[in-house]
Design a protein around this ligand. Structure first.
Ligand code: PRX
Length: 635
C-alpha cells in the first residue's frame, strides 16, 4: 500500500487512521519520499493553538520551485507543464514544457534580482490569467520573495490597500487584460492605486493587449526586453521550512482585508498530496482548474499542486460565456481534459443555457469533476453529473478556505462514494469537529454545528500579515484549542459532512468571499448615506446576492432613488470591485438594532430572502417597530 496514492476506501480508512494516530510519522514519510530537500527537518511538528504557533518540518531547507521544476527536468523536460488557452479561441494554445517553464521562471527571477528584490521582500502581482502570472509567482518563490497576488478584478483602492498592507516594493502587471470581448486597462488601475502607495519602486509591465498606456519614467519598465537580456538560469534561494511563501488576502469582518500568510514546507507537502489524491492525477493526464490564480484555488490547484506532481495544468485566460456558452466544453474536447475543476456558480450559469452547448462536444476524456468555493445545490450537481460527466465521472465537492491552503473535506474520486451536496469525508490528516454555541464538541452522527479543526495540518496559514493578534482572535479564540472555520456544517448518519454556509458576516457571492464590513464602509462614504447594512439572499446563479439596506441623511432624502442606487454601486465597484455590487438596494428609515446598538442581521437576512413570516421574538430590539416599515417596502 502506498500512503501517497490512495486507491480504495479501505486504504483511505487505514491511511486516515494512521494520519490521526501518528500524524508526525505519517507526514514525515510523505515528506521524505516525495520531495527533494537540501536539508532534513529537526522536528516534524510543533504547535500551540493558544498562541497560536504552528511549525511543520522545522529546520528543513529547500526551495519549492526545485520541487516544481528542476527535479522534473531529467525525465519530463519536454512534457507540457502549462497549457495556456487564450481568451480568443482563434489564437493558438501555448504549450510550455517543464524546461521552458524552468527557463522562463529563472529569467523572471533574474529580472527581479536585478531590480533589487531580495529574500523576504513582498512583490505584488496584478495580472490576468496569462503564463506570466504563474511564472511571476514561481520566480518570487525561486528567490524567496513573498508573492502577494491580487485578483485582477479588484479596483484600484482595493489594490492600493493590499500593496500598502504588506509594503510591497514592486508590482508586476500588464498593459491590459482580455475579458470576453472587452479589454480592461489594468495598468491604469495600477497607476491610480500607486498614487496612494509610496513604497513601490518598480512596476514591471507585460505587454498583452497592446492598448495605449502611460509609462512613468524611472518606475515603469516593460518586462519583455528585460527577460530577453536576463540569464536563463538562476540558482534557487535556499528557504527554511517556515519562511513565508506567499500572502493572499481574504475578506474579514472588518474593513481591512486579512493577509493570510502561508509558509513554504507544509504548504508544499499538503498542496501536492491533496492534488494527487483528490484529482487522482495519473501521468499523462490533462488537468484543468478554471479558477483564477488570484484566489487560493489557483495558487494551490493551478500552480503549485499540479506542478509539484509533474502534471500538465491548463491555464485559461477567458470566461465561460465567450465567444459563446460552450467555451468550457469546447476546451475540454480540444485538449482532452481529464480532470475539470470549477465553481458551482459557473455550473449554474451554464445550466441555464441550451443543452446543445454541452452535447455537441466529445467529453469522454473526463474522469473527475470538481467543485469549490460555495455549497453546490442539488439541481446544479445533477446537471453537472448528467450532462458533463454523463454519470461516469465522480464529482468531488471540495471544501476548504484561503486559510487552510489546501482541500480539507472532499471525496476521493473512485474511492469515496459521493452524495450530492456533501463534501463527504475529511481528507487524510484533517480532524474536523462540530461545536455547539456553548463551546462543546458535538459528538456522534446526525448532528450539526460550527465547523472547527482540532489538530494542525501542514498547509494551514501561520498568521495574518502584520496582525498576529487578529489571527488569534478570528480563528483560535472562538473555541478553545481549535481552529474555527467560520462555517456551519452537518454530519449525517454515515459521518459525511455537508457545509451549510457561513455563520459570520462573510457572504459568498459567485464563489467570491465578501465581507459585509468593507462594503458597508464603502456605501457609508456616499455623501447622501447615513448608515447601511448588507446581507446575503439566495440567488439562482450567484448562490447568494447582496441586499443593501440604506438609511439616507436628511440631505439625501430629496435625491432620485434610482440615481442613488447607481451611484452607490459605482462607488462599491470603484472601491472594492464589481463583484461586490449590490443586487438590490432598499432605502429604509432605520435598521433593527439590539439594545447595545448591534444591527440584527438575522432579521434583515430573513426580510431580504422573503422569509419574514417567522422572525421569532423581536421584542428585545431597541426599535421593533422598524421591522414592519422595512417589510412593507421590501424589493
Ligand atoms: O464558506 C466556505 C466556502 O468558501 C469559504 C472559503 O472561501 P475562500 O477563502 O475564498 O476559499 C474558496 C476556495 C477554497 C468557506 O469558508 N466554501 C468553499 N468550498 C466550499 C464552500 N462551501 C461549501 N462547499 C464547498 N465545497
Amino acid at each position: 500500500m502506498s500512503n501517497y496514492h490512495i486507491k480504495n476506501l479501505e486504504e483511505y480508512f487505514q491511511v486516515y487512521r494512521k494520519s490521526v494516530r501518528e500524524p508526525e510519522n505519517f507526514w514525515e514519510e510523505i515528506a521524505e519520499e516525495h520531495f527533494v530537500w537540501r536539508e532534513k527537518w529537526n522536528k516534524v511538528l510543533e504547535w500551540d493553538f493558544k498562541k497560536p504557533e504552528i511549525k511543520w518540518f522545522e529546520g528543513a531547507k529547500f526551495n519549492i520551485t526545485e520541487n516544481c521544476l528542476d527535479r522534473f527536468l531529467p525525465m519530463r523536460k519536454d512534457k507540457t507543464a502549462i497549457l495556456f488557452e487564450p481568451n480568443d479561441p482563434e489564437v493558438e494554445a501555448e504549450h510550455i514544457t517543464y524546461s521552458q517553464l524552468h527557463e522562463r521562471v529563472c529569467r523572471m527571477a533574474n529580472v527581479l534580482i536585478e531590480g533589487g528584490i531580495e529574500k523576504g521582500d513582498r512583490v505584488c502581482i496584478y495580472l490576468p490569467m496569462i503564463p506570466e502570472l504563474a511564472i511571476s509567482v514561481l520566480a518570487c518563490a525561486r528567490i524567496g520573495a513573498i508573492h502577494s497576488v491580487v485578483f485582477a478584478g479588484f479596483s484600484s483602492s482595493a489594490l492600493a490597500a493590499r500593496i500598502n498592507d504588506c509594503d510591497a516594493q514592486c508590482v508586476i502587471t500588464s498593459d491590459g487584460s482580455f475579458r470576453g470581448d472587452k479589454v480592461i486597462d489594468l495598468k491604469g488601475i495600477v497607476d491610480q492605486a500607486l498614487q496612494e502607495c509610496t513604497g513601490v519602486k518598480t512596476v514591471y509591465v507585460v505587454e498583452r493587449t497592446g492598448n495605449k498606456i502611460e509609462m512613468e519614467n524611472g518606475r515603469d519598465k516593460w518586462l519583455q526586453p528585460l527577460l530577453d537580456e536576463a540569464y536563463a538560469d538562476c540558482d534557487a534561494v535556499v528557504m527554511d521550512a517556515e519562511d513565508p511563501l506567499f500572502i493572499l488576502y481574504t475578506s474579514g469582518s472588518t474593513g481591512k482585508p486579512k493577509g493570510m500568510v502561508h509558509s513554504c514546507a507544509g504548504y508544499m507537502v499538503y498542496a501536492a498530496y491533496t492534488f494527487k489524491n483528490i484529482f487522482q492525477y495519473k501521468e499523462g493526464d490533462i488537468y484543468w482548474c478554471t479558477a483564477d490564480i488570484g484566489w487560493i484555488t489557483g495558487h494551490s490547484y493551478i500552480v503549485y499542486g499540479p506542478l509539484l506532481n509533474g502534471a500538465t495544468t491548463v491555464m485559461f485566460e477567458g470566461v465561460p460565456s465567450y465567444p459563446d456558452y460552450d467555451r468550457f466544453w469546447q476546451v475540454v474536447e480540444k485538449h482532452k481534459v481529464n480532470q475539470f475543476y470549477t465553481a458551482p456558480t459557473a455550473i449554474r450559469a451554464l445550466a441555464k443555457e441550451k443543452l446543445e452547448y454541452v452535447e455537441k462536444y466529445d467529453l469522454t476524456s473526463l474522469k473527475v469533476l470538481g467543485t469549490v468555493g460555495e455549497p453546490i445545490n442539488e439541481e446544479a450537481w445533477h446537471w453537472y453529473n448528467n450532462n458533463v460527466g454523463k454519470g461516469k465521472s465522480p464529482i468531488v465537492d471540495t471544501w476548504w478556505q484561503t486559510e487552510t491552503g489546501g482541500i480539507m473535506i472532499s471525496p476521493i474520486p473512485y474511492v469515496t462514494p459521493t452524495t450530492p451536496t456533501y463534501a463527504t469525508l475529511p481528507f487524510i490528516g484533517v480532524q474536523p469537529a462540530l461545536m455547539d454555541d456553548e463551546g462543546n464538541e458535538i459528538k456522534g452522527n446526525q448532528v450539526s454545528g460550527k465547523l472547527c479543526i482540532k489538530f494542525p495540518w501542514p498547509s494551514m496559514a501561520r498568521t495574518i500579515w502584520g496582525d498576529h493578534e487578529r489571527f488569534r482572535n478570528t480563528y483560535f479564540d472562538v473555541f478553545e484549542n481549535k481552529y474555527f472555520t467560520g462555517d456551519g456544517a452537518l454530519r449525517d448518519g454515515v459521518g459525511y459532512y455537508r457545509i451549510t454556509g457561513r455563520v459570520d458576516d462573510v457572504i459568498i457571492v459567485s464563489g467570491h468571499n465578501l465581507g459585509t464590513a468593507p462594503i458597508e464602509d464603502s456605501i457609508n462614504e456616499h455623501p447622501a448615506v447615513a448608515e447601511s447594512a448588507v446581507v446575503g439572499f439566495p440567488h439562482e446563479i450567484k448562490g447568494n446576492a447582496l441586499y443593501g439596506f440604506v438609511i439616507l441623511k436628511e440631505t439625501g432624502e430629496s435625491r432620485d432613488r434610482e440615481n442613488l442606487r447607481k451611484e452607490i454601486n459605482l462607488q462599491i465597484a470603484e472601491q472594492i470591485g464589481p463583484i461586490a455590487k449590490l443586487q438590490k438596494i432598499q432605502f429604509v428609515p432605520g435598521l433593527p438594532k439590539t439594545r447595545s446598538g448591534k444591527i440584527m442581521r438575522r432579521i434583515l437576512r430573513k426580510i431580504a430572502s422573503n422569509d419574514a413570516e417567522n422572525l421569532g421574538d423581536i421584542s428585545t430590539l431597541l426599535n421593533p417597530e422598524i421591522v414592519e416599515d422595512i417589510k412593507a417596502e421590501v424589493l
